[in-house]
Design a protein around this ligand. Structure first.
Ligand code: CA
Length: 231
C-alpha cells in the first residue's frame, strides 16, 4: 500500500494538482481545505507525511504545525509564500521538517516529499546487540534507523536523524553550515542557512543534558558544528 500524504491547502486547484501528481507517483493522498479539518485528519488518520499551507482558514498552518507536533513526529513540509521570508524559519521553529516555497515545481515537491518521508517504524526499544555506540551515551540501531540516549529512543525527525548520523560519520570534524546543507539537505536544495541552525537547536534540545551548554553537538565559532567524540 502506498504511503499516505495529507495535503492541507485551501486553494483547491493547487491541492488537486498536488494530489494528482503524488497519486501518479504511487502515494495515497487526502486533502483538508482548512486548518481545523487538517488538524483533525493529521491526528486521526495518521498520515505518513503532511504538506501544510501557511495561510489557511479556521487555523493557520503554524498553529496546525504546533498542535500536530505536540502529539506526533510525522514529517511536516510547510508550503510557504516566497515573499514571506520569515515564514520559513517560523515553521521550522514550530517543528516543521522542511518547507517548499510557492510557486514550486511538482518535481521539486516530490523530491522533497521523498527526502522527508519517514523511513522507520515508530520508536521502540532496541534489541541488545543491535546497538552501535556513536559517542558518549548515544547509540544507534542500524536495523531500526533509530538513535538512543542511554538506551532510550530519541524522537528525531528524518532531518535530525540525518544530521546526527552525518556528523557521527566523522566525529570531531567541523562542518560549516554550507557543508551541512549540501550533505544533509542535498545539493539541489537552495535553502536558507538558518534552517541548519534551527535544526541543530532542535536536535540539541532532544539530546543534550543542557541544551544551553551542548556537550555532543558543539559549535566551533565562525566555522560550524561537530559531534564531540568525548562529550
Ligand atoms: Ca492558502
Amino acid at each position: 500500500m502506498g504511503k499516505k500524504i495529507l495535503i492541507v491547502e485551501d486553494e483547491s486547484t493547487i491541492a488537486d494538482i498536488i494530489a494528482f501528481n503524488l497519486g501518479r507517483e504511487g502515494f495515497e493522498t487526502q486533502t483538508a481545505y482548512d486548518g481545523g479539518e487538517g488538524l483533525r485528519m493529521a491526528l486521526e488518520d495518521a498520515p505518513d507525511l503532511i504538506l501544510l499551507d501557511v495561510m489557511l482558514p479556521v487555523k493557520d498552518g503554524f498553529e496546525v504545525c504546533k498542535q500536530v507536533r505536540a502529539q506526533s513526529d510525522v514529517p511536516i513540509i510547510m508550503l510557504t509564500a516566497r515573499e514571506e521570508e520569515s515564514d520559513k524559519v517560523t515553521g521550522l521553529e514550530l517543528g516543521a521538517d522542511d518547507y517548499v516555497t510557492k510557486p514550486f515545481s511538482m518535481r521539486e515537491l516530490i523530491a522533497r516529499v521523498r527526502a522527508n518521508m519517514r523511513r522507520t517504524a515508530p520508536a521502540q526499544p532496541a534489541a541488545a546487540g543491535d546497538l552501535r555506540v556513536l559517542t558518549g551515551a548515544l547509540s544507534m540501531s542500524e536495523d531500526k534507523s533509530e538513535i538512543y540516549k542511554n538506551g532510550k529512543p530519541l524522537d528525531l525527525s528524518v532531518r535530525e536523524f540525518d544530521i546526527l548520523t552525518f556528523l557521527a560519520s566523522m566525529p570531531d570534524k567541523v562542518f560549516s553550515r554550507e557543508e551541512l546543507m549540501e550533505k544533509v539537505w542535498g545539493y539541489e536544495y537552495y535553502g536558507d542557512l538558518r534552517a541548519v541552525d534551527v535544526a541543530i537547536r532542535r536536535l540539541r534540545e532532544k539530546l543534550e543534558d543542557n541544551p544551553a551548554q551542548p556537550q555532543y553537538i558543539v559549535t566551533k565559532r565562525g566555522m560550524g558544528y561537530y559531534l564531540a567524540s568525548q562529550p
